[in-house]
Design a protein. Structure first.
Length: 570
């Protein structure tokens, strides 16, 4: 393996630091302006919004690794009214498993909140028929039968649920009919079209062989057995047959590794070959990067490209991975939240060796004192550069922690700006899953945080005053030849000196799924000069002079298109 090295200047306070880095394959990013005097601020609007979610782990006291794992959430438009709704998973009392508490009331269920178009939500869980069952973990949303309505998959301990959207505000449990039962410790899951046949397939990450009756082999005072006290278990890949059923192809696809201890799963085309790959963050062992071989099989290339372990070769307690192009060079990079030091891998493009840049980028400095779980890789201030939102919380004990926002400086470094973003970042809770989305369609990304054993938190991103805020563009994709959601589509937006890339994916947070609509911050630019969409079908669509500050619905054409007549703004 040949490495090409060069020195990359990185502007830091008090001088210039030269670091060793891989020569990049992409173009030089645009110049980044200085940090503005006014940034957006996040506010807790949970009560005003009418959301009353309280997570349960089925105990009075945290007593097992299953309870400590937590639950996730997802944003979706289940009734097609153009407004994002919220689904949240919860644990609950399980007879014979959680032994030290009495069964809780009907509130200890999963919840679906319908958006009322005025910033408030209505709990429609039982009306819609989606309270869940078992101990809820991960959530992923996708239109698996291409009928125009979003379906919900929930991973549980030793079970799963596939809720089919009936198109009338209700759902039907289609798990058995579809053949997607997962009698394992399911955690992160994701919809994606791995064989590009226009139908969404399902990847389910499985954690470990948890035994609630296992005696402690080794433990710290007042804690419980850790991940290495249990055997691993293989993940599962379900191929969509196109008739409402799925086939388990885990073994022939090459992803059924019995040693795995998956926590988080993410999808992304890391080598830009048009075929989606899978990254699995495993707990206290090597992580997997499955390269799509274009023939229905995958190969784990993580050891070859340096993404299996941390910077020092250690097997870290990885929680959740997310792909995102933080330096706007057209190659998706990788962020992995961790219980000690996160991992931020830089994608070198056509070179095979990824570089762990956690220290050089300034990400390590803010991570050592926290245990991180949920994460978001998005542009919170709409300046055209992707930032990182990290949700923190204690591991073996219910130790509350505050969250962090790392602002992208546009020069391959990040700055912790949490203290400037509102009083919420002084609030401590035991964070787990988190999903981020522009739920009120104002162009700025909001979020929902799941707190272990605590109250869920809806965060609204309050933009700066009108004269100081940046512009943006959000795309709602409608696939025709490709899957209806457009998952796997790769979008490039050129606006003046900004040239950005975003891929439409499903799962993009710990046990969670954020806004399914690709979002671009545009900084001072009032239009996108050129928007290029490379659909999973291979069709390339180009739109010119797209007005900023709108949600643009784009339908996949029958063949390649180079006009804006096919786009419809909301």
């Amino acid at each position: 393996m040949v490495k090409r090295w060069k020195q990359i200047p990185m502007a830091l306070a008090g001088g210039t630091l030269l670091i060793a880095g891989l020569e990049l394959g992409g173009q030089s990013p645009a110049a980044r302006p200085q940090t503005p005097a006014v940034l957006p601020a996040y506010a807790d609007v949970t009560d005003q919004a009418g959301i009353n979610f309280h997570h349960s782990y089925g105990e009075k006291k945290l007593s097992s690794i299953m309870e400590a794992t937590g639950s996730g959430c997802a944003w979706l438009d289940y009734n097609n009214d153009g407004l994002l709704d919220l689904y949240v998973a919860s644990g609950r009392y399980l007879e014979g498993v959680t032994k030290f508490s009495t069964p809780q009331g009907e509130d200890a269920t999963n919840h679906l909140y319908r958006h009322n178009a005025d910033g408030t939500f209505t709990d429609v869980t039982h009306e819609a028929g989606v309270p869940g069952k078992g101990f809820g973990m991960g959530v992923t949303v996708g239109d698996y039968d291409n009928d125009g309505y979003e379906d919900i998959y929930v991973s549980n301990w030793k079970s799963s649920i596939l809720y089919h959207n009936n198109g009338n505000g209700t759902f039907t449990d289609a798990t058995a009919k579809a053949g997607v039962e997962n009698p394992h410790f399911g955690v992160g899951a994701a919809w994606f079209d791995y064989d590009r046949d226009g139908k969404l397939d399902l990847y389910v990450g499985n954690y470990l062989q948890f035994d609630p009756d296992m005696k402690m082999r080794y433990f710290t005072a007042d804690a419980f057995p850790g991940p290495l006290d249990y055997e691993g278990t293989p993940d599962r890949l379900f191929h969509n047959n196109g008739d409402g059923t799925f086939t388990d192809v885990s073994a022939p696809a090459g992803i059924a590794n019995p040693a795995g201890r998956a926590m988080g799963v993410t999808i992304g085309d890391f080598d830009n070959d048009g075929w989606d790959d899978v990254y699995v963050a495993n707990d206290t062992m090597e992580s997997y990067m499955y390269h799509n071989n274009h023939d229905g099989t995958f190969k784990n290339v993580a050891p070859d490209v340096n993404t299996a372990f941390g910077a020092n070769g250690e097997a870290t307690s990885a929680m959740n991975p997310i792909f995102g192009d933080y330096d706007n060079d057209s190659w998706p990079d990788l962020f992995v939240s961790d219980m000690r030091y996160h991992r931020l891998f830089h994608n070198p493009g056509k070179e095979p060796f990824w570089l762990d840049t956690t220290v050089e980028t300034g990400v390590a400095a803010v991570s050592g004192q926290y245990v991180a779980w949920g994460d978001g890789f998005f542009d919170f201030d709409d300046d055209g550069w992707k930032d990182i939102f990290v949700v923190n919380g204690g591991l073996h004990w219910l130790v509350p922690m505050e969250d962090s926002v790392l602002r992208n400086n546009g020069d391959s470094t990040f700055t912790d700006v949490s203290s400037r973003l509102g009083s919420y970042f002084k609030f401590k809770k035991v964070g787990r899953g988190a999903c981020f989305a522009d739920y009120d369609n104002d162009g700025y990304m909001d979020g929902f945080i799941v707190a272990l054993g605590g109250k869920g938190i809806l965060l609204h991103n309050n933009p700066p005053p009108a004269g100081e805020r940046n512009h943006w563009l959000t795309i709602k994709l409608v696939g025709t030849k490709s899957n209806r959601d457009g998952f796997g589509a790769r979008l490039e937006a050129v606006a003046g000196d900004l040239d950005q890339y975003v891929e439409a994916v499903s799962e993009n947070g710990y046990l969670s799924q954020g806004d399914p609509r690709p979002h671009f911050g545009l900084g001072p630019h009032t239009q996108v000069d050129k928007l290029t969409i490379r659909w999973p079908s291979g069709i390339v669509q180009t739109l010119g002079n797209v007005k900023a500050d709108q949600i643009l619905t784009v339908k996949e054409p029958a063949e390649g298109a180079s006009d804006s007549g096919r786009a419809k703004g909301n």
